[in-house]
Design a protein around this ligand. Structure first.
Ligand code: 4AZ
Length: 256
């Protein structure tokens, strides 16, 4: 997160840290994610490049994590991954991560996976077809870089406020042009001072509608970070209500 402030898991209790285990058993941070129910994390499909969807055992998820390189056993909850479901339409052939959405199922310890606490709580999905108002202020959070070009990530969870851009603006030639599909929206600051950055992808963009916070976006991509005319690009979660429902509700009783 560029231009943000240090946050806490109490303020972002749905934040998930997704780790990948290297061949030498080293746990490497891969992506952010959002807890949407006791056993399911919503994240970005591009977090799982070629073939890694079949290797759920190589991934783990930590909830309640304030700092990447510190462990607080009193608040953190660790999970193995049961399965990873990438969106069938995920496509980066145009270099724009279309349908950049994935579900990660946590391995349960009994009947539940995540146990609710002040630092671990699922976020609500927005109602079907709930439109995002242009100019609406939303919050992004993650463990990603504080500046484009740095070689290290943020040590602490950070958050920042960004505003929803009009699709027409983001599709202008001096922005991203035709790279922006109907499955994406852009958000940024009028002065380009705050943005998501490398390491934040998969994580949440939440907006307050009628006094409640909803997960409207999955941090997906952007040209650099906090650059003029290069807002952050987010997966439009409201396009995927049925996909999420089908894969989280039915997936356990059908094949796969
Ligand atoms: C990334 O590489 C990334 N400025 C995520 C978000 C943005 C840029 C890069 C948006 O994960």
């Amino acid at each position: 997160i560029v231009g943000g402030t240090v946050s806490t898991v109490e303020a972002q209790p749905w934040i998930a840290a997704i780790f990948w285990k290297s061949k030498s058993k080293e746990r490497v941070f891969r992506c952010g994610g959002s807890l949407i129910s006791s056993c399911w994390i919503l994240t970005a499909a591009h977090c799982f490049p070629d073939g890694s969807q079949t290797k759920a055992r190589r991934f783990s998820v930590v909830l309640g994590k304030n700092a990447l390189n510190q462990t607080d056993l009193n608040v953190e909850q660790n999970f193995r991954v049961d399965k990873i479901i990438l969106h069938e339409g995920f496509d980066n052939s145009e270099g724009n991560f279309n349908n950049d959405i994935a579900l990660v199922k946590l391995k349960s310890k009994g009947s539940v996976c995540a146990e609710e606490s002040s630092s671990v709580k699922p976020v609500c999905l927005p109602p079907l077809n709930q439109s995002l108002q242009v100019g609406l202020s939303c919050e992004i959070s993650g463990y990603g870089k504080e500046k484009h070009g740095l070689w290290f990530r943020s040590q602490f969870l950070r958050e920042a406020e960004v505003q929803v851009l009009a699709d027409e603006t983001c599709r202008r030639d001096d922005h991203y042009g035709a790279l922006i599909t109907e499955n994406m929206f852009c958000a940024g600051r009028p002065d380009w001072s705050k943005d998501a950055c490398e390491g934040d992808s998969g994580g949440p963009l939440v907006c307050d509608v009628g006094g409640r916070l909803f997960l409207f976006g999955v941090i997906s991509w952007g040209d650099g970070c906090a650059q003029e005319n290069r807002p952050g690009v987010y997966t439009k979660v409201t396009n995927y209500n049925l996909w999420i429902q089908n894969h989280t509700r039915l997936a356990s009783v059908t094949a796969g």
